[in-house]
Write a protein that binds this ligand. Structure first.
Ligand code: LLP
Length: 434
C-alpha cells in the first residue's frame, strides 16, 4: 500500500512562544525559573516527552514492537525514568549508559547494545545482566561475544547490524549507513555470518539491525534501507535462518527551524516500516533518540553584553559551545527566541558564547528583537544531544537541568560546583615507574 506523507507531528504542549516577557513551557514561567535557578539552564518538558512516546506508540498499534530509547540523546536519569515509566526500553552504546538505564529502572530485557567498539569488559558486563540483544557490528565482535558467552555459560542474543549503503540525506557527520562509514557490515558479509551460524554455540544469531543516520527529514532513505533489509530477511528465512527481530534503528528528524524543517510524522514513518516489512512475524525494535526528547528541551541563557562589531553586533550569551555543541560541530541551526517584548525593533546579530574559539557561535547574522545585557533568551530544541555532548571546556561548570511537569519543576541535575569539576585531579606527587 503506498504511504501518504501528509500528517505532521503534533507540536509539543506549550511550546515556548515569543509573546512578551512571560513565557510558559509545560505550565512553568521560564522567566521566573531562570531567576530562581540561574542560567545557563537546560529545561525539559515531561509532557512533551510523554506526548512523543504516545504518538510513536499509537503509530505502532497492533505491531509486536519495543521502543528502545537511544540513551545518547539525553542520558539524564530523570529522562530515563520517564522512559521506564512509559515502558520504553533503551539502546545503549557503553556500560555507562547501561548502568544509567538500569539505575533508572529500565529492565535489562528491554536493553539493546549497539556500537562498533564494545570492549570485552563491556560485552561481559552486558551479558552478565542479560540484556535483550547485542547489535553486532564486526566479525571480531561476534567472535568475542561467542567467547565471553561461552565463558559465562550463557547464550547471547545477537543481531547483525547491516550497512545498507544508503544515503540518509543528512549532515555527513551524522550519516551512518553508507558503505564508507564505520558502522555495520555489508549484506554479503552478514550472509557469511549466517552460513557459519552453527559454529556459534553460545550466540543466537537471529536478528537484523539497521541505523542509517540521524535528523532524517524524508521517509525515502528509511524506505530504501528497510527494503534492502527486508529482501535479506526473506532470503535468510528461505535459507533456513529464521529471523526473530528486526531493529530499524533511530534517525527520525525534528524541527530545528520553524517554517523550514518539515519532520516526518510518526504515523508516516511507521507506515513505511509496515509496508517494507509486510509479512514479518517477529518482533520490531525501534531506537529513536532525538524524536522523543529534542523538542522537549530549551536552553535558557542570558545576554552578558552586546558588543558592536565591524559587520554586525555580537550578542554574547552566558551559554557556550560547552553547553550546546551542535551549532559549532555541525553548523546546526537552532531557533533562538529572546524573552522580551516582541515589539522591539529587529537587529541582526552574531549570537556567540564566551568560550575562546571563533566556533563558539550559536547563530550568524540572525535577526532578533533588539537585546540588551541581562535579557533572557531561549535556544530551542536542545533536549537531544545538548547536555549529553556537554563538556567543561574553558573550565565552565556543567549547566543545571530541570524537568518541567504541568506547572511544577524539579532540578534533575544541580549546577556543577567547581569542586565537582576538579574532583579526581591531583598534583603530581606520587611518581612511579612502569
Ligand atoms: N541507534 C543508533 C545505533 C545510533 O547510533 C543512534 C544515534 C540512534 C539510534 C539514535 O538516533 P536519533 O533517533 O537520535 O537520530 N550528535 C548528533 C547525533 C548523533 C547520533 C548518533 N547515533 C547530533 O547532535 O545531531
Amino acid at each position: 500500500m503506498p504511504t501518504q506523507t501528509t500528517s505532521r507531528p503534533v507540536a509539543p504542549p506549550s511550546v515556548p512562544e515569543a509573546n512578551g516577557a512571560s513565557h510558559r513551557f509545560d505550565g512553568v514561567d521560564l522567566q521566573a525559573l531562570a531567576q530562581r535557578i540561574g542560567t545557563p539552564l537546560h529545561a525539559y518538558s515531561a509532557n512533551a516527552i510523554r506526548q512523543r512516546i504516545g504518538e510513536l506508540k499509537a503509530a505502532l498499534d497492533g505491531l509486536d514492537a519495543i521502543i528502545c530509547y537511544a540513551v545518547k540523546a539525553n542520558a539524564n536519569l530523570a529522562i530515563l525514568q520517564l522512559m521506564a515509566q512509559a515502558g520504553v526500553g533503551a539502546d545503549i552504546v557503553s556500560v555507562g549508559e547501561l548502568r544509567r538505564a538500569l539505575n533508572a529502572g529500565i529492565p535489562a530485557g528491554r536493553i539493546v547494545f549497539s556500537g562498533v567498539g564494545k570492549s570485552a569488559d563491556e560485552i561481559a558486563g552486558a551479558l552478565n545482566v542479560g540484556i535483550l540483544r547485542f547489535n553486532v557490528e564486526s566479525l571480531d565482535e561476534l567472535h568475542t561475544l561467542q567467547r565471553l558467552a561461552k565463558t559465562q555459560e550463557v547464550t547471547a542474543r545477537a543481531a547483525v547490524r547491516i550497512n545498507p549503503d544508503v544515503d540518509a540525506q543528512t549532515h555527513a557527520k551524522i550519516s551512518t549507513g553508507k558503505s564508507e562509514n564505520k558502522f555495520g557490515v555489508s549484506i554479503d558479509e552478514a550472509r557469511r555470518w549466517f552460513a557459519g551460524r552453527k559454529q556459534l554455540t553460545h550466540v543466537q544469531l537471529d536478528g537484523l539491525h539497521v541505523h542509517i543516520g540521524s535528523q532524517i527529514l524524508s521517509v525515502e532513505p528509511f524506505r530504501l534501507a528497510l527494503q534492502r533489509v527486508a529482501a535479506f530477511w526473506r532470503e535468510l528465512e528461505q535459507a533456513g535462518h529464521p529471523i526473530a527481530s528486526i531493529d530499524v534503528g533511530g534517525g527520525l528528524g525534528v524541527c530545528y527551524r520553524e517554517g523550514t524543517d518539515q519532520p516526518v510524522a510518526a504515523a508516516d514513518y511507521v507506515a513505511v516500516i509496515r509496508e517494507a516489512l509486510a509479512g514479518f512475524r517477529g518482533r520490531l525494535l525501534l531506537e529513536p533518540g532525538r524524536y522523543l526528547v529534542a523538542e522537549a528541551g530549551v536552553l535558557l541563557t542570558r545576554v552578558i553584553r552586546v558588543k558592536p562589531g565591524i559587520e554586525r553586533s555580537f550578542l554574547i550569551l552566558d551559554a557556550a559551545m560547552n553547553d550546546l555543541l551542535r551549532p559549532s560541530l555541525y553548523d546546526a541551526w537552532h531557533d533562538i527566541v529572546p524573552v522580551v517584548d516582541a515589539a522591539r525593533p529587529r537587529v541582526t546579530y552574531d549570537v556567540v558564547g564566551p568560550v575562546c574559539e571563533t566556533g563558539d557561535t550559536f547563530a550568524r547574522a540572525r535577526a532578533l528583537p533588539e537585546c540588551s545585557a541581562g535579557d533572557l533568551l531561549l535556544i530551542k530544541a536542545t533536549g537531544a544531544y545538548g547536555t549529553s555532548m556537554a563538556s567543561t571546556y574553558n573550565s565552565r561548570p556543567l549547566a543545571a537541568e530541570v524537568l518541567l511537569d504541568q506547572g511544577r519543576y524539579a532540578v534533575v541535575r544541580r549546577r556543577q560546583h567547581f569542586e565537582d569539576m576538579i574532583a579526581g585531579e591531583q598534583p603530581a606527587r606520587h611518581w612511579e615507574t612502569t
